[in-house]
Design a protein around this ligand. Structure first.
Ligand code: HEM
Length: 345
């Protein structure tokens, strides 16, 4: 229970602190300007740091997965998506992973039926994950209307499609509902399924609650306690052009929203959310599976002093002959063969 409760309380506290800070004019500069700037800097620097760590990690050998037949002999049918033999295949595999979460689509779940262990398809996690991520993406794209002037061409189009059902005034966006539903599903899954509950940690609940908090404060702003959108846009634009100023009438609820967003930005590079960048550097996804056709030499192999049998025989030749031990006549080319095998005898 504590695994869930503490993250929840932290998120509530963050929102309340943001709200309180936004209610006091003297603190609005802190919560509207200083903290968002620090958070953004922490996000960019932290993200870059984590990515550089992965970029620098050596991957001396191809890590292949066994999901498909690697290209080998011409008469064996190869699967260029599962075991890409060229960069185009890698691009296809990566695109399907990033855009459609393909490996998650193949997720299976194990369960007991009577005394039998059965493996079944598990598509709900895939569907919930996809729904959450795409809703998030659309919301971020829609939000660019606050940060950019003129508003990007796709925003009115997205708003029209997203607000298609015209439920409520102002219209409730489809993605506002779907992100909340998806987040609640992802949370429920961790609570309801005993195995998942067992392995879930505060670090799994915290981002769920945090993003739920951002969504909830967003909904409250749009549908229940209106904030002055013009003032929000003025503040957001002033932050972007590095001439920050706090307009009057922004409303404390916006500061709660912003405090949670700032927390997410700081937390992001420290957390599992880095899978967003890490996926691109994942060796099982981004390397061609060509280790049967191309020789990959470990780049940090260093010459190892060896003493081959041929050299040993040469050294003790006379003694061997004196002792009547037969010499191996055919050894001349053996050191070369060893060298060809990888530098070591
Ligand atoms: C992680 C980033 C963010 C997420 C996930 C998020 C999420 C949301 C959601 C779900 C809503 C409800 C209505 C809608 O879907 O548009 C909303 C509304 C809103 N958000 Fe955000 N938000 C984020 C960042 C920001 C930032 C940085 C600002 C600062 C400008 C902001 C300002 C607003 C405002 C002013 C509304 C009310 C919109 C309206 O009344 O039409 N949000 N947000």
């Amino acid at each position: 229970m504590a695994k869930m409760l503490y993250p929840f309380l932290i998120v509530v506290a963050l929102a309340l602190v943001g709200y309180a800070g936004g209610s006091l004019p003297a603190l609005q500069v802190v919560f509207g300007i200083i903290i968002p700037y620090i958070a953004m800097a922490a996000f960019v620097a932290g993200f870059a740091y984590r990515m550089l760590g992965w970029v620098r990690s050596p991957v001396p050998f191809r890590i292949t997965t066994t999901a498909g037949q690697q290209r080998s002999l011409p008469w064996i049918k190869a699967n260029n998506l599962e075991a890409p033999a060229n960069k185009l295949g890698v691009l296809g595999r990566m695109a399907l992973e990033v855009l459609l979460f393909r490996s998650l689509f193949r997720n299976t779940s194990a369960g007991l039926r009577g005394k039998r262990l059965l493996f079944g398809e598990e598509k709900l996690l895939w569907a919930g994950g996809l729904l959450f991520h795409y809703s998030f993406l659309v919301i971020i794209l829609r939000h660019t209307r606050f940060f950019l002037d003129p508003v990007p061409f796709f925003v009115p189009w997205l708003q029209a499609v997203d607000g298609f059902f015209q439920v409520g005034v102002p219209a409730m966006y489809i993605t506002t509902a779907t992100i909340l539903v998806a987040l609640l599903f992802l949370f429920a899954r961790r609570v309801v399924m005993p195995q998942i509950r067992y392995i879930s940690l505060p670090a799994d609940y915290f981002p769920l609650f945090l993003i739920l908090g951002i969504g909830t404060t967003g909904v409250l702003m749009r549908h229940f306690f209106r904030v002055d959108i013009e003032a929000v846009k003025e503040l957001a634009l002033s932050l972007v052009v590095l001439q920050p100023r706090i307009p009057a009438n922004v409303g404390p609820l916006f500061f709660a929203h912003l405090a949670l967003v700032s927390s997410l930005l700081v937390y992001f590079p420290l957390s599992k959310l880095m899978h967003m960048g890490g996926i691109f550097l994942s060796p099982t996804r981004n390397l061609t599976n060509d280790n049967r056709r191309r020789r990959h030499v470990n780049p940090w192999n260093y010459p190892v002093p060896t003493h081959s049998y041929a050299e040993w025989q040469e050294e003790f030749k006379e003694k061997l002959e004196m002792a009547g031990i037969p010499l191996d006549e055919d050894l001349d080319h053996k050191p070369e063969m060893a060298a060809a095998r990888g530098g070591h005898a």
